[in-house]
Design a protein around this ligand. Structure first.
Ligand code: ARG
Length: 574
């Protein structure tokens, strides 16, 4: 049953009251420790209408429907602190319990959201640098889907360009079987490096590679077949990594750079027809206004290189056209490393100039910080190489498995392995998602996988602990309507935490900041611990026991749903 969340109920009532003073004035409603909710919008409103905040606060409160609000206090320069009545809290908890979505309304209008994420490169290892794009992108995709939108994932893999000449020649030198063998065990970097070494050392190999690029670009059938081998083997390997990490990307979402090849002529022709192309050093470029280098000279976006080949920018322009024109995107998110910020901004600017990207389409570069090693430098292996994503995952599973084995449990080998995998993924994903996106973080497996602290496994454990209460209860617990008295302060705090799930989810999504939802879940788990320490559950009796069990049940469901929309499993038992 769909319900109006506590936040939405209060917001719409306050909105009506703020509207009386100025239509559309934002009440700026937040959960707060001073009161249960706090509206901070009075100060800005008072300033705009040139009146004193106190006076405006009094007027707003005079107009607000305050049913369910037990007390209002005007604090400081005009904060409105609202304390909710137990009856209202009880009613909202009851509605939330009856709602599968726990109060998160599905958007009445489904938008089409194209999310560009992960995007590894063919014949190159998926390394820790791809981790953040993959994990953040997938969390956002899941959140958007849950919010009721249509998500189109685009895995813009690097599957085109001049390196493919040398890669194909190297494949021929090795022989197809051997090449496939080395790629399929995931030695992508070894393959790439060997090709590179030959390219740099051997002039005839270099010549062959150049000729091969020409053949590839001209659509030579045999060359395309060889190229396909490289692409398919790499994709099979990426798929393995996605499965290990439980990422929702499928082969169907792989729409790499090469997909746009046939659209590139049109891109150039249309830019030319609009008079946007400028020849510069033999290359065709667009100079979007507002982009300059350090010396203040205009910066080009190179659409066609001197050798007539199209580059990375051209396929990104074609992708914008495809996503807007064919996929009808209402929103486009690029979950791509910060170093590509200028490239993407220039692509958007050129697409806007050419009228391919209407202002109504929200287009955002979702940036993220670096993953650092223990020395706070870029994360590398001891010998200075990039760290393979699979290695990290496997290591995390080993650790989790070992720590499970230490604890006495009745899990058989298979079950333990499965649980260890769930814990390992949670550790890695939560560490990544709970860091504010734009910040760097240190990859510290010991910390990430610990059952204590702000970690994925801690939240999984919190969830499993609540579920264990119901196992100990022994009987099937299902109970009719409950009146929540919430007499103990810990009960009340837990209840308010549970009721805040919808806005925590919505605000996290609106800001494209999964870490906000992580912060919420961690806080909820702590509220639960405080409640559980102070309020006996199984040893209490009658209606009080049912009330507390209902709080437990709703806590487990909230942790479960919250983790699942982030892409993290919540096992029943740990
Ligand atoms: N393959 C690129 C890389 O590894 C990322 C592609 C990002 N997406 C895009 N549309 N340019 O750097």
């Amino acid at each position: 049953m769909a319900m109006a969340s506590t936040y939405d109920v209060l917001l719409s009532r306050l909105q009506a009251a703020f509207d009386v003073v100025e239509v559309g004035a934002d009440p700026v409603l937040r959960t707060s420790d001073r009161g249960d909710y706090q509206a901070n919008g009075v100060m800005a409103l008072a300033k705009r209408v040139g009146r004193s905040p106190r006076e405006v606060a009094v007027e707003v409160m005079g107009h607000a429907d305050l049913e369910g609000v037990a007390a209002v206090e005007v604090a400081g320069p005009g904060f409105l602190n609202l304390a909710l009545s137990p009856g209202f809290l009880s009613q909202q908890l009851t509605a939330q319990r009856a709602d599968e979505r726990l109060g998160v309304a599905a958007s009445p209008t489904a938008r089409t959201v194209v999310i560009d994420y992960s995007a590894p490169n063919v014949a190159k290892e998926m390394h820790v640098g791809h981790l953040r794009s993959t994990v953040i992108g997938d969390a956002l995709a899941r959140m958007y889907r849950f919010a009721g939108h249509r998500v189109i994932a685009r895995n813009h893999v690097g599957d085109w360009g001049t390196p493919f000449g040398m890669l194909i020649e190297h494949l021929l030198d090795l022989g197809e079987d051997e090449a496939v063998a080395s790629l399929s065990i995931g030695d992508l970097d070894g393959f790439y490096r060997a090709a590179r070494v030959k390219f740099d050392a051997d002039d005839t190999f270099k010549e062959r590679s150049r000729a091969r690029v020409v053949l590839l670009q001209s659509g030579d059938v045999e060359t395309r077949r060889l190229w396909r081998i490289l692409v398919d083997e790499s994709i099979a390997y990426f798929d393995l990594v996605y499965a290990k990490l439980d990422i929702t990307l499928t082969v169907a979402d792989i729409v790499g750079e090469s997909y746009y090849n046939d659209m590139l002529d049109d891109v150039v022709r249309d830019l030319g027809a609009q008079g946007l192309l400028v020849e510069s050093g033999g290359a065709l470029c667009v100079f979007p206004p507002g982009f300059t280098n350090r010396d203040g000279e205009p910066l080009p976006l190179i659409v066609q290189k001197r050798d007539e080949g199209y580059g990375y920018a051209a396929s990104d322009l074609a992708a914008v056209r495809d996503r807007v024109g064919t996929l009808h995107a209402d929103e486009m998110l690029y979950v791509v490393g910060t170093p590509q910020a200028q490239h993407l901004e220039m692509v958007y600017a050129v697409a806007r100039l050419a009228d391919w990207l209407p202002q109504s389409v929200r287009c955002e570069h979702v940036t993220f910080g670096n993953v650092l090693g223990p020395d706070r430098k870029m994360f590398k292996t001891r010998s200075g190489e990039t760290v393979k994503l699979v290695t990290l995952l496997d290591e995390a599973v080993e650790r989790a498995s070992a720590s499970l084995a230490e604890r006495d449990s009745d899990l058989d080998e298979d079950a333990r392995r499965h649980l260890a995998t769930q814990i390992a993924r949670a550790a890695i994903k939560f560490a990544d998602l709970s860091t504010e996106r734009q910040h760097d973080y240190v990859f510290d497996l010991d910390r990430m996988i610990a059952f204590e602290g702000d970690t994925g496994p801690y939240l999984q454990y919190a969830h499993a602990r609540v579920r264990s209460i119901f196992r100990r209860l022994g009987e099937q617990w299902s109970v009719g309507p409950i009146t929540f008295g919430l007499d103990a302060p810990e009960e009340r705090r837990l209840a308010l935490g549970l009721l805040a799930f919808p806005e925590a989810f919505q605000m996290s999504l609106a800001a494209l900041q999964p870490h906000r939802l992580c912060v919420y879940l961690f806080d909820l788990a702590q509220r639960f611990t405080a409640f559980y320490d102070a309020c006996p559950v199984l040893s209490s009796e009658g209606p009080l026991r049912d009330e507390r069990l209902a709080l437990c049940d709703l806590t487990a469901r909230t942790l479960n749903l919250g983790l699942s929309v982030l892409g993290i499993d919540a096992p029943e038992q740990m």
